[in-house]
Design a protein around this ligand. Structure first.
Ligand code: 5GP
Ligand code: MG
Ligand code: MG
Length: 186
């Protein structure tokens, strides 16, 4: 285990088993459609790539990059689009794929922005949910795991753009970020 990690919260095999389950549910629900899975960069990069391999149907993938609170562990509520979609999603069935829903502010902004483009439907798939921190109500149609209010890294999730390559979800030792208001996506 990486020495900056206090505890492994979700192991690699637990992640992979859950993703197989989510992939099967999504494949069943979208078997008669060609959905567009939208990975929210950078945090969802591992999740979306494993999820699509667990989803044996016709689908498109696209990516958006948003930044909500650069270099902070707390959300400012200000969300900026760093990279937009490459396609028109009007009339398409959209599945947003997120790493973690914390305050819900990022997802709420994404839903509003994408809804304005008139997709046929929008659903949300999130690997992790820190429900105790929610500030706005957002729907999660497919969820991997509920987690406690701890700052986690690994499997795409970073602190200061590090630890994304860990194959598990771990709790970062708090002394590493205490006193720093600092980190979010990108
Ligand atoms: P929200 O807008 O829901 O507060 O924030 C969602 C984003 O905050 C996530 O996409 C992620 O980038 C970041 N975030 C929230 N909680 C954590 C956490 O425990 N660890 C990491 N690495 N990022 C988090
Ligand atoms: Mg995210
Ligand atoms: Mg981040």
């Amino acid at each position: 285990m990486n020495s900056d990690i206090e505890q492994i919260l979700i192991t690699e095999s637990e992640l992979q088993a859950k993703i197989k389950e989510l992939g099967s549910r999504i494949a069943e629900d979208y078997k008669d459609k060609i959905p567009v899975l939208i990975g929210v960069l950078n945090g969802a990069v591992m999740f979306v790539s494993d999820l699509i391999r667990a989803c044996p149907i016709q689908l498109n993938i696209d990516f958006m990059a948003v930044s909500s609170y650069q270099d902070s562990t707390e959300s400012s509520g200000v969300v900026k689009i760093i990279k937009d979609l490459d396609r028109n999603i009007s009339g398409r069935h959209i599945l947003i794929v997120e790493d973690i829903i914390d305050t819900g502010l990022t997802l709420s902004y994404l839903l509003e922005t994408l809804q304005a483009r008139h997709p046929a439907s929008i659903k949300v798939c999130a690997l992790l949910d820190k429900a105790s921190r929610r500030r706005v109500n957002v729907p999660i149609d497919y969820l991997g795991f509920q987690i406690p209010d701890k700052f986690v890294v690994g499997y795409g999730l970073d602190f200061r753009d590090l630890y994304r390559n860990l194959p598990y979800i771990g709790v970062l030792k708090p002394y590493l970020y205490e006193g720093i208001t600092g980190d979010n996506d990108i």
